[in-house]
Each structure stands twice: as C-alpha cells, then as structure tokens.
Design a protein around this ligand. Structure first.
Ligand SMILES: NC(=O)c1ccc[n+]([C@@H]2O[C@H](COP(=O)([O-])OP(=O)(O)OC[C@H]3O[C@@H](n4cnc5c(N)ncnc54)[C@H](OP(=O)(O)O)[C@@H]3O)[C@@H](O)[C@H]2O)c1
Length: 269
C-alpha cells in the first residue's frame, strides 16, 4: 500500500483529464493528498474524481481552460473554497507540435506557447498567494520534456516552448527559495498517452511510430511524486532521454549528427 506522505495536503494538477496528469492525480491521492483536477474535458475529469473517491480519497474536478484568465481565477477560487489552501501545484497541461520550422504556422506555434508556457505562468501567478500561505513546504512542479533540453528536428516548436519552461523554472526557483517554496522540473521522455493524438501538425507532416519504448503514464507519475516527496530539483525520464541530455551536454556537435539520424520521419503523402 502507498505511504500517506501527503496526508492532508492539497495538490492541484492541470491536464488531469488524461495521461500523465490523470496518473499523477491518482498517485498523489494514493499518498493521502486531496486533489484538484483541472482540464477542459469535464466528463473525463469527473471519471478521475470518481476513481479517487472510490479509493477513499477526496477530489475536486474543475473545468478549466488554462489559456483563459477567468477560468484560472475560478480554478483557484474553487480550490480555496473546497480545501482551504494549496500545497502542491503541478503544471502539467500541455500540447505538442510536429513538423519542420518552415512548415508550422505562426498560429500553431503561438497556440503551443499559449498552452505550454503562458498558461503555466498564468496558473503559477494565480496560485502563488495560496502556496505562500502554506510555505515553507509548498511546491510548484513544472512538467517539461526531454525535448526542452535538446532540440530535435521536427520538434523544434514544441521543444522551444518547453525550453522556455525550463529557464522560467530556474528563475522562479531562485525567486521563491527564501520563502520556502520549492520549484521542481520533471522532464518526461516518450510516454504512452493521448499526447500524439492531440498535438498539432504542420501541414503534410505526420509521424506514425517512434522506434523507442515509451514509459507508462503511471511510471512517470510515480517518478514525479517521488521527486515531490524528496524535493528533487530536476528529474529527467527514460533511459534514452537521460542519455540524450547527457550526450548533448558532453558533445553537442556529435549529438547534432546523431539527431539527424534518429529523427527520420516519413512525410505524409
Ligand atoms: N506523452 C509524452 O511522450 C510526453 C513526453 C514529454 C513530456 N510530456 C508532457 O507531459 C504533459 C502531459 O502530457 P500527456 O503525455 O499526459 O498528454 P495528454 O494525455 O494529451 O494530456 C494533456 C493534458 O493537457 C490538458 N490540456 C491541454 N490543453 C489544455 C488547456 N487549454 N486547458 C487545460 N488543460 C489542457 C488535456 O486536457 P483537456 O483536453 O481535457 O483540456 C490533457 O489532460 C504535457 O505537458 C506534455 O508536454 C509528454
């Protein structure tokens, strides 16, 4: 049985209707946390809430488009009204973009930055008053990607939005350290979720299979909650993901050549 390390704590997870966010909400709840579930698909959120409650936990499902200021304000208002505060914010909601820099539109790129970066800033700013009231000990966990640490062909727009998250995370960590609010970064590698179905594609570009083994959303969630429990500042996931980040640090020029070989997608007819 999972430990009750987060007993009595409140964890808010954006993008909790599927994939890593859903699994993360269940993992926090299994360790005693009360969870706030935020995403746009209300019925999927209610299913997750029911799963939490069936296992004896408490959950609040809030329909929220994180790109909308009024939705985000309501999310934090409802969190305070239901649970009286917030201990852990997991900024997980995300959107992918596939295709060459030449091929994606500015509107697609702006949308991806809106969800992955600007909304993360918006939710963080809105949550800070509640997190401050629970400091020391409060946490912000930003879900990035291994692609935010190293650019790969056809994933540059998405990777750039995650690289922006990485740098923002470092700044925020320093800004909030004295107040006792820890800021963590979790960078999953390839994970088995709905992510590739939902992502945007530059016109004519599709990618059917990736020749790598994906992690399960549950395994990513376990690693995230472990990092949260231990306060690990940075977690990079999947062995290929870790190797990529390491190889890029040690020999970026050499990794440019590797990147050209490993990213060899088929262009849709
Ligand atoms: N899967 C991977 O291989 C992988 C690898 C590295 C990093 N990641 C990152 O992991 C995070 C979770 O992705 P996932 O793999 O679990 O994919 P997913 O199953 O597609 O989950 C994405 C979540 O984000 C939510 N979301 C998207 N736009 C939103 C919006 N405007 N407002 C509120 N919620 C929104 C979706 O909910 P609604 O549609 O209901 O709003 C969904 O719950 C993302 O940040 C992603 O970049 C994924």
């Amino acid at each position: 049985m999972a430990s009750a390390h987060f007993q009595g704590r409140v964890a808010l997870i954006t993008g909790a209707s599927s994939g890593i966010g859903r699994a993360t909400a269940l993992a926090y709840a299994a360790r005693g946390a009360q969870v706030v579930l935020a995403a746009r698909r209300e019925s999927a959120l209610r299913d997750v809430a029911r799963e939490v409650e069936a296992r004896g936990g408490r959950a609040l499902a809030v329909r929220c488009d994180v790109t909308r200021e009024d939705d985000v304000a309501r999310l934090l208002h409802e969190t305070r009204a239901a649970f009286g505060g917030l201990d852990v914010l997991v900024n997980n909601a995300g959107l992918g973009l596939y295709g060459p820099v030449e091929g994606f539109s500015e509107a697609q790129l702006r949308r991806v930055f809106e969800v992955n970066f600007f909304a993360l800033v918006r939710v963080t700013q809105a949550a800070l008053p509640l997190l401050r009231a629970r400091a020391p000990g409060a946490q912000i966990i930003n879900v990035s990607s291994v692609l935010g640490h190293r650019g790969l062909p056809l994933l540059g727009g998405y990777g750039a939005s995650k690289a922006a998250v990485n740098l923002l995370t470092e700044s925020l960590r320093a800004e909030l350290a004295a107040e006792g609010i820890r800021v963590l970064l979790v960078s999953p590698g390839l994970t088995e979720t709905e992510f590739r179905d939902a992502r945007l594609h530059a016109e004519g570009w599709r990618q059917d299979t990736i020749p790598l083994r994906a992690m399960s959303a549950e395994a990513v969630a376990q690693a995230l909650v472990h990092a949260s429990r231990r306060g690990h500042r940075q977690t990079v996931l999947t062995l290929p993901g870790r190797l990529m980040v390491l190889a890029n640090r040690l020999a970026p020029g050499l990794f440019d050549a590797v990147a050209r070989r490993i990213a060899n997608p088929a262009k849709a007819p």
